[in-house]
Design a protein around this ligand. Structure first.
Ligand code: ATP
Length: 253
């Protein structure tokens, strides 16, 4: 098990945001974290990344208590793609992606292994042609793919991605979901916060539904994305078709 969260509670500014959440992720899983706006998905990902303190509960990463790991050890075990991705410096795309190698060596030099990881990540995200462009001049969708490449360049066993398909056109949404599924099949554990339930249904091996700071359901897409559960949590209707695709509709008044 690469990640184990056991009875985690987190408060921000004195308000309880995550309440007694338990979940785990193992290698080979592509977990879609779904839930309405404000449910706690980003807070859960930041907590799993070790970026927020917990009020109660325990976190284990690659078998070790999160608090016992150094920042470098944590960065070698997990990559985190945040929901908002500000650029603090104007830098070429390739240098930005190379930041994903920070935990593996001297950040000021790049060896052959680093170069290979950066090139592979750029190519996997369909961003190889952007390598020499200033990151500050990219479109929203291009930059989003470059940030995903940065996260992949770390070659960590766990990837935590907050809305990796947001801002992407339909073809790139599909290719990013295919890429994340392929990374899971190669042996990574991927946890991605997703709003597109049809993409989550199609590509994720498992769905964790977050609602009001707790886990409302956890299991195979077909077991979690039921009409009843989606009505209760999202106020929508949903149905799997014969080909396994999920169709969603507004609730009738
Ligand atoms: N830094 C913060 N300080 C105080 N409250 C916060 C902070 N960050 C998030 N919250 C609150 O925590 C709750 C959960 O937010 P979170 O961003 O985890 O939700 P989410 O499920 O990712 O939502 P969305 O789908 O809108 O991105 C919200 O009510 C939000 O207002």
């Amino acid at each position: 098990m690469i990640l184990e969260l056991d009875h985690i509670s987190v408060s921000l500014k004195g308000r309880r945001i995550l309440n007694d959440i338990s979940m785990s992720a193992r290698e080979g899983e592509f977990i879609g974290l779904i839930g309405p706006n404000g449910a706690g998905k980003s807070t859960l990902l930041r907590t799993a990344a070790g970026l927020l303190p917990v009020e109660a509960g325990t976190r284990r990463l690659a078998g070790a208590a999160m608090e016992t790991l150094s920042p470098r050890e944590r960065a070698r075990a997990l990559s985190y793609l945040p929901q908002t991705r500000p650029l603090y410096w104007a830098m070429p795309v390739r240098s930005l992606v190379a930041l994903g190698r920070f935990a593996w060596g001297n950040p000021l030099t790049e060896d052959a292994r680093d170069a290979e990881a950066v090139d592979c990540a750029l190519a996997a995200c369909g961003a190889g042609h952007l390598a020499d462009r200033p990151a500050s001049e990219l479109s929203g969708g291009e930059l989003s793919r470059v940030h995903l490449a940065r996260a992949l360049a770390g070659e960590t066993p766990l990837l935590l991605a907050d809305e990796p398909a947001a801002a992407l056109d339909p073809a790139h949404q599909l290719s990013v979901m295919q890429l994340l599924r392929a990374k899971a099949e190669e042996g990574k554990a991927v946890i991605a916060a997703l709003h597109d339930l049809t993409l989550a249904a199609r590509y994720c091996t498992r769905i964790v539904m977050v609602h009001e700071g707790g886990v409302a359901a956890d299991g195979a897409p077909k077991d979690v994305l039921t009409d009843d559960q989606l009505q209760q949590v999202f106020r929508i209707r949903a149905r799997f078709d014969a080909e396994g695709g999920l169709a969603i509709h507004a609730l009738e008044n």
